[in-house]
Write a protein that binds this ligand. Structure first.
Ligand code: FAD
Ligand code: 3HM
Length: 378
């Protein structure tokens, strides 16, 4: 299939690679510009839910991804190391993977679909007419421009789209470390170390460790501390502080203490609109969110998929209106995920356990590939 139309995508993150692949599979000629000299991802591990996994199914990437991924038996929540809940989430699709593995999977899918990915190519901005300016001053004309260039998006800012940024009081440092399962088992033989475990301590001090096994060999751990806690947010981590609070995690905390890292303060950005003429912004460029519900990349991928669908269905003359309609239909799902994630980050309510119920699962259960998803039941 070929539409003969050309898309230029700014940013080879999870949003940009997904949009590029979805467009190429629908016949577009697609080029992705990545500012960094190397194609790779930041961060450690990631949790994906049904919404993004359905997109990966359509891209033909699930098999590759799930060859090195983990579906924990339960999402366990502990307070001061005492179990509050173990949510099995029957019928809910969710997996954890390392970010490098997800990135390689998406890059392979993109290349197999015929996408051209150029590293060391920085985009300075775009116009509503589809003219892209590169940092070196060159310009390119495109039928569709996708701004998937992250929370500090140059494409978004070049279009003067108003943005509101809110910061929460906590933040997190992420590591990918060896699982050391035998050592952990020796310290706590009764623990199911294949579970995703959310270890909270609120008293005497707010410190939290998210323990997320990604495969047999690697575990993603995220260490949360308030922004104003200089000792808790220090990187490399203060091993004495963290092992005093979480002695049963000592083997993997020791691994993390050897690694560099970056403390990330939770933030939420909301933009006035996602499209301007032939340009659409997706992913963190449009809706950076707190990670509580683990849906930043998930919503990025769902919006990447539905954008490709909407742009392809529109004639060239109707593209701008089709993008406006796409935002009107799809954005509410992302807005609600953002609001809920920010609420959890602000209230720390996840510490109470048993949170993955009812409306909270809306985004996880959303199927962006279902053609009937916007039909109203009568
Ligand atoms: P990015 O990953 O920021 O990619 C943007 C790309 O564009 C980068 O490669 C950058 O180099 C490039 N770029 C930037 N500027 C330019 C330019 N001018 N020209 C060309 N290229 C450019 N989400 C989940 O779904 N599940 C989780 O479990 C999860 N956990 C998280 C935990 C933490 C602590 C955090 C902070 C986030 C988490 N997220 C999670 C959110 C998720 O990481 C992001 O939402 C997602 O990675 C955003 O992808 P993106 O492609 O939009 O942006
Ligand atoms: C997967 C995941 N879940 C929650 C958070 C959080 O609340 O900081 C981070 C994550 O990577």
């Amino acid at each position: 299939m070929t539409t003969g139309r050309r898309a230029e995508v700014s940013g080879a993150g999870f949003a940009g690679l997904t949009a590029a692949t979805a467009l190429a599979k629908r016949g577009w000629k697609v080029r992705v510009h990545e500012r960094s000299p190397e194609l790779r991802t930041e961060g450690a591990g990631i949790v994906l839910w049904g919404n993004s996994l359905r997109v990966l199914d359509k891209l033909g990437a699930t098999h590759d991804l799930e060859s090195r991924a983990m579906r924990s038996p339960a999402y366990e929540t502990r307070m001061n190391n005492s179990i509050k809940s173990q949510e099995e989430m029957e019928g809910v699709r969710w997996i954890s993977v390392t970010r490098p593995h997800l990135f390689r999977t998406l890059l392979t899918a993109a290349r197999e679909a015929g996408v051209e990915v150029i590293s060391g190519s920085e985009i300075a901005g775009a116009t509503p007419e589809g003219v892209v300016t590169l940092a070196d001053g060159d310009t390119i004309e495109a039928d569709l421009v996708v701004g998937a260039d992250g929370v500090n998006s140059a494409v978004r800012d070049s279009l003067d789209i108003p943005l509101k940024r809110e910061r929460s009081r906590d933040g997190i440092t992420r590591f990918l470390v060896p699982r050391r399962k035998a050592d952990l088992q020796r310290l706590e033989p009764d623990t199911e170390w294949d579970n995703y475990i959310d270890f909270w301590n609120l008293e005497p001090r707010v410190l939290r460790v998210l323990y997320v096994p990604c495969n047999e060999d690697e575990v993603y751990i995220a260490l949360m501390a308030p922004v104003d806690d200089a000792q808790g947010s220090r990187v490399p981590i203060d091993l004495d502080l963290w092992t005093a609070s979480f002695p049963h995690l000592a083997p993997i905390l020791e691994e993390a203490a050897e690694l560099p890292g970056r403390y990330y303060g939770y933030q939420t950005t909301r933009v006035d609109h996602w499209t301007e003429g032939r340009v659409a912004i997706i992913g963190d460029a449009a809706h950076a969110m707190c990670p509580a519900l683990a849906q930043g990349a998930g919503t990025a991928m769902q919006n990447a998929w539905t954008l490709a669908e909407a742009a392809t269905a529109a004639s060239d003359a109707d593209l701008a209106q089709a993008l406006i309609d796409w935002e009107r239909l799809e954005r509410p799902y992302t807005d609600r995920a953002q609001d809920r994630s920010q609420y959890y980050a602000d209230t720390r309510q996840m510490a109470e356990g048993s949170q993955f119920q009812g409306d909270i699962l809306e985004t996880a259960l959303y199927d962006p590939t279902d053609p009937k998803r916007h039909e109203v039941a009568v």
